[in-house]
Design a protein around this ligand. Structure first.
Ligand code: UTP
Length: 298
């Protein structure tokens, strides 16, 4: 059920420098890198739309034009495909523009994810909102965002998503210290730490790129000083909210056990393409046997 939801706005930060993908990201945002045949960002906008989030604000950076163009119509291309009777390609081209109204705002200086979220303050106003990282893909067959929205409506604070990772991988992520909530499928967040050393990590629960936040986070972000890497970290603001009292305080977490791909990381990006392509009816039947032969020949 999404009809009567309070949360209707989605913020998609896509203004990072994407240095792990240089030089591919020199003139193009990493969120535009294709995953099979559509850019990563389109999967993310489609996920927001599926969860009933009808108002999308994208935080863009220097290379904003490619993102805006992708979600805009190209009437001449549509006319050419229509004249050729290529209805399948026409449908695929129109998919990106049919995802609804997208607003854009520029983060002039990429000072970190927390700063990117703060850029959405005026657009969001005083209501709970979702944040979906533009380089983090959740498989469309696995439900996450709508569960998080339900938990936010129930708890009234903010909600993050976490995933179990191998203990030695935790220093690549924000890490959550949590405790169980009686009779509930979600957990309470006691503390958060951004990219801890393996020996300092309070758990193996990694924070992934989906959030449903109370607007009080903006007040906290305004006061948050640059943290790890000299960036204003969303994790630091959430750590403050987790320990705060009063309206809008408190952070809970949904433990996600589905399929997730981080397209901002080279290895995970390649895994995303191979996994999704193997499952596609038009590619899987040819790709999978080839892949098996290729691996057997190594
Ligand atoms: P990352 O932590 O992956 O940072 O951002 P990055 O700078 O883009 O990538 P690398 O590490 O240099 O390769 C997570 C998400 O937050 C956005 C990114 O676009 C990505 O979707 N982001 C990050 C911003 O919008 N602004 C920022 O200042 C930083």
């Amino acid at each position: 059920m999404t009809e009567n939801r309070r949360v209707i706005k989605a913020v998609i930060p896509a203004a990072g420098l994407g240095t792990r993908f240089l030089p591919a990201t020199k003139a193009m945002p990493k969120e535009m890198l294709p995953v099979v045949d559509q850019p990563a960002i389109q999967y993310v906008v489609a996920e927001a739309s599926k969860a009933g989030l009808t108002d999308v604000l994208m935080i863009t950076g220097r290379s904003k034009r490619a993102l805006e163009d992708h979600f805009d119509r190209v009437p001449s291309m549509e006319a050419t495909l229509e004249a050729k009777g290529d209805t399948e390609k026409l449908r695929r081209v129109q998919e990106a523009t049919d995802l609804g109204e997208i607003h854009y705002i520029r983060q002039r200086d990429p000072k970190g994810l927390g700063h990117a979220v703060l850029c959405a303050k005026q657009h969001v106003g005083n209501e709970a909102f979702a944040v979906l990282l533009g380089d983090d893909l959740i498989d469309e067959r696995d439900e996450l965002l709508s569960i998080m929205i339900d938990v936010q409506e129930k708890t009234g604070g903010s909600v993050i998503a976490v995933m179990e990772v191998e203990p030695e991988q935790i220093s690549a992520y924000g890490c959550a210290d949590v405790s169980a909530v009686d009779g509930e499928g979600y957990v309470k967040v006691n503390g958060l730490v951004e990219k801890p050393a393996v020996e300092d990590a309070p758990s193996n629960l990694a924070v992934i790129g989906r959030y449903v936040l109370h607007p009080r986070v903006f007040e906290i972000l305004e006061e948050t000083q640059p943290g790890r890497g000299g960036e204003i970290q969303l994790t630091d603001a959430l750590e403050t909210l987790a320990a705060a009292d009063g309206p809008g305080s408190g952070v809970h977490a949904v433990v996600f056990r589905g399929r997730r791909y981080d397209t901002g990381d080279k290895l995970s990006y390649l895994q995303a393409i191979i996994s999704l392509a193997c499952e596609r009816e038009d590619l899987g039947p040819d790709l999978l046997p080839w892949l098996k032969d290729f691996v057997a020949g190594r």
